[in-house]
Write a protein that binds this ligand. Structure first.
Ligand code: BES
Ligand code: ZN
Ligand code: ZN
Length: 494
């Protein structure tokens, strides 16, 4: 799909459709809407007056062969209340337009910005919305609907003085990196084992110019990553640790080193504490945290922040094979801490234990981890917010600012000392599940913090937001690629 700037007046642009958006109280059709209305001889105002166009968020009204313009269709999207409108809404509007038009034979359309929403942040959001909306999760359909493809989008009405093209490129890189991650998350586990994930990560790294090292099972045992090995030993597929490095050209000696650690369990059966069959197929997306970090690194390679970034992605299956770890087993993590395995299905925190510790060994001064860690986070936040934990608090707050700026909903979650009490073990340093009732997302976070120690650290529990079971007007069902935009924005600002 091509996305290009267009400088012509909207009325004379040839396209299959012209898209713009209208606010809830735009009863008095004015500004750009007034211009469209005049071109159409008052027919837009008539549609508003009749109540057909209300401006309610994401309402879609399609007008065929609109008078006074060269486009074959006019699509008006509701933008909701003007005082609540934020740049992020443009992402959804642009995405909704693309998904709506794609199924209606449109190949080329114009997205027309409204007065007041024409700067670089706006155009970047539109490009992101379009690119993310264009992803489908039907990769293995052998007969694809070939007529459903948008070939080109023209961005009109953006008259910002500065580098609009740069903002377009930035938006494209971030959104394509998000789609890169979604493609990985969508892969079934027979087509994405830890070894295959490592090969894909290596190929991506070479393509974009990142340093890459893949640790195989021998290296993993040499490093004594006992927590990761404990999880991996139940599978015949060997584990891998993917290490990617980005180093900027003119590195300040005192610059921070950001460590991105992602859980990549390519399939989580639960192990000996086996999961029920119902919906177990979804556990192919248990490598979503790892894919998130791969997507973020891809974008970072193009956008070139001023700091070094290291990604550490422990990849394994969690299987109940004959050599699998069992409840009650004690494992020694790379850091030397001992772990009592109460439930083999709490495997994500174990692989992160060694991942986080190794990232610090490699020099990370600041950490972010992402993981499909707990069902409990979905109980607390449904599929609306990512659960965001972190210490110290101002480090987490800085991250939440990036989430806000990139339109990703995240909610700060508690990590008080009381939750630490719940992972005390009689036999070992810590146990891998909480002993009390409830608080499962916070005890999971505390377990990881045991290995981050005092390094500034953020933990993103994306278990309920990494995958959506129902499509949305602006997003296909399946993998979402959530958190990549926030992480990239944060890396650019750190
Ligand atoms: N991968 C799961 C968490 C998960 C659940 C991800 C639902 C996506 C959707 C994780 O490894 C897990 O099984 N967690 C357990 C932890 C428990 C045993 C302490 C859980 O949440 O039930
Ligand atoms: Zn599990
Ligand atoms: Zn898991």
């Amino acid at each position: 799909m091509q996305i290009q700037l267009e400088n012509q007046q909207f009325a004379s642009i040839h396209a299959d459709a012209l898209v713009t958006y209208i606010f809830d109280q735009d009863k008095k059709v004015d500004g750009l809407m007034g211009d469209i209305d005049s071109a159409m001889d008052g027919r837009l105002a008539a549609l508003v007056a009749s109540g057909e166009i209300t401006g309610k968020a994401l309402q879609t009204v399609l007008v065929h062969f609109p008078e006074g313009m060269d486009a074959k269709r006019l699509l008006i999207i509701g933008a909701g209340k003007v005082d609540k409108f934020a740049t992020g809404d443009l992402r959804k509007i642009a995405g909704t337009a693309l998904r709506y038009l794609k199924t209606r034979g449109v190949k080329k359309f114009v997205f027309l910005a409204r007065e007041g929403e024409r700067g670089t942040a706006a155009i970047q959001a539109v490009v992101e919305g379009l690119t993310v909306a264009d992803f489908e999760s039907n990769k293995y359909h052998t007969e694809k609907k070939k007529d459903q493809e948008i070939q080109s989008v023209l961005l009109a009405g953006f008259d910002g003085p500065q580098n609009l093209q740069e903002a377009i490129d930035h938006g494209r890189v971030v959104a394509e990196s998000q789609n890169f991650a979604r493609d990985l998350i969508n892969e079934p586990s027979n087509r994405l084992t830890p070894r295959l994930l490592a090969a894909k990560a290596e190929a991506m790294a070479k393509e974009v110019g990142l340093g890459v090292e893949i640790l195989d099972e021998r290296k993993i045992s040499e490093l004594k990553m006992g927590a990761l090995i404990g999880v991996a030993q139940g599978s015949v597929e060997p584990p891998r640790v993917i290490v990617l490095r980005y180093t900027p050209a003119n590195l300040r000696p005192d610059a921070p080193v950001l460590g991105l650690v992602g859980k990549a369990v390519t399939f989580d059966t639960g192990g000996i504490s086996i999961k029920p069959a119902d919906r177990m197929e979804l556990m192919k997306y248990d490598m979503g945290g790892g894919a998130t970090m791969l997507g973020a690194m891809r974008a970072i390679a193009y956008l070139k922040p001023a700091i070094s970034v290291i990604a550490v992605i422990p990849a394994t299956e969690n299987m109940p094979g004959g050599r699998a770890q069992k409840p009650g087993d004690v494992q020694v993590a790379m850091s030397g801490k001992t772990i009592e395995v109460i439930n083999t299905d709490a495997e994500g925190r174990m692989v992160l234990a060694d991942g986080v510790f190794y990232a610090r060994k490699l020099g990370a001064t600041h950490l972010i981890d992402a993981a499909t860690l707990t069902g409990a986070i979905g109980v607390a936040l449904a599929n609306v917010h990512v659960g965001a934990f972190g210490t110290p608090r101002d480090y987490l707050d800085q991250f939440l600012d990036s989430a806000k700026a990139t339109g990703e909903k995240m909610w700060p979650m508690p990590i008080d000392d009381e939750y630490r009490e719940m992972i005390k073990s009689d036999i070992a340093d810590i146990r891998n599940t909480g002993s009390g009732k409830g608080g499962g997302a916070s005890t999971g976070a505390w377990f990881i913090k045991e290995f981050a120690e005092d390094t500034p650290w953020i933990h993103l529990d994306i278990a309920s937001t990494c995958w959506v079971e129902e499509g949305r007007p602006w997003l296909a069902k399946g993998p979402t690629g959530v958190a990549i935009r926030s992480i990239v924005d944060f890396a650019m600002k750190l």
